[in-house]
Write a protein that binds this ligand. Structure first.
Ligand SMILES: Nc1ncnc2c1ncn2[C@@H]1O[C@H](COP(=O)(O)OP(=O)(O)OP(=O)(O)O)[C@@H](O)[C@H]1O
Ligand SMILES: [Mg+2]
Length: 247
């Protein structure tokens, strides 16, 4: 799959109980980029990510994903949806060992866990400081440890798209640093795309190639990281960056 765009979104919208919370005319995500979504609470960021993960479907428009177009209301086949995964702010882990949690995505995809696979998975755990915890029960871990397990479980099967919904919210600086380092390393190793929601504009500045501001369900501005911060086009972006945004 060598398409330049992972997603091309046209005119999608989502309405809950008569309230339209998302209206995106156009959005493309490039292969191999880290794309950060920022915006105030309630802007529709998580809703957009759920549509991109096909957990929900849009009410209008279409999403072109990995070379195929999915009209409003339709979802790709399982083989395609398994190319994308989301790490949430608090991801649910299974009540079994860290190791079993991390290899689960490989198992459900029918992958053989050969000796070289074991080495590869151990390397991921090591990068995330989890090797010593491999036999611990995942549901007894601290918040930071659990979030690192959730990230290991997401990247272990090399998804074409990794969606991150505030993956480091409420974590301490050391955990944030480990997670940011592995996100950067991952995108270098695997030519996939990452779409990440963050409330931390410094984090967006550290990680993103491009940034979009979402406000009241609409994309206000999409810009390269440098221009988003140094030379934003829109007054709303300036207000957001300066903390002056009125909801
Ligand atoms: N399943 C749902 N049913 C009804 N309303 C919903 C549903 N999901 C989201 N909403 C509403 O849609 C709007 C956007 O929500 P969303 O969770 O996408 O915002 P967000 O940008 O992720 O906010 P935050 O930064 O607080 O996570 C909100 O007003 C929310 O109440
Ligand atoms: Mg959200």
């Amino acid at each position: 799959m060598n398409e330049e765009f992972t997603y091309e979104i046209e005119n999608i919208s989502k309405t809950y109980a008569g309230n339209t919370v998302l209206e995106v005319e156009h959005l493309s995500i490039n292969r191999g980029e880290i794309f950060c979504l920022v915006g105030p609470s309630g802007a529709g960021k998580s809703t957009l990510l759920r549509l991109m993960n096909f957990i929900e479907t849009s009410d209008t428009g279409k999403i072109r994903f990995l070379g195929n177009t999915y009209e409003a209301g339709s979802v790709p086949p399982l083989k395609v949806t398994r190319e994308v995964t989301t790490v949430f702010q608090r991801s649910a882990l299974m009540t079994t060992s860290v190791w079993n949690n991390v290899i689960y995505p490989l198992k459900i995809r029918g992958k053989n866990i050969t000796d070289s696979e074991v080495k590869r998975i151990e390397n991921i755990l090591d990068d995330l400081g989890l090797l010593k915890l491999r036999d611990q029960r995942a549901d007894k871990l601290s918040g930071g440890e659990a979030q690192r397990v959730a990230l290991a479980r997401a990247i272990v099967f090399k998804p074409t798209v990794l969606l991150l919904d505030e993956p480091t919210a409420n974590l301490d600086p050391a955990n944030i640093d480990i997670i940011e380092t592995i996100i950067s390393k991952y995108i270098e190793q695997v030519n996939s795309s990452i779409v990440m929601i963050t409330h931390n504009i410094f984090q967006a500045r550290r990680l993103a190639d491009r940034i979009a501001l979402l406000h009241k369900g609409r994309i206000i501005e999409v810009n390269s990281k440098n221009d988003f911060f140094e030379n934003p086009h829109e007054d709303t972006t300036k207000d957001f960056l300066s903390g002056r945004m009125i909801f």
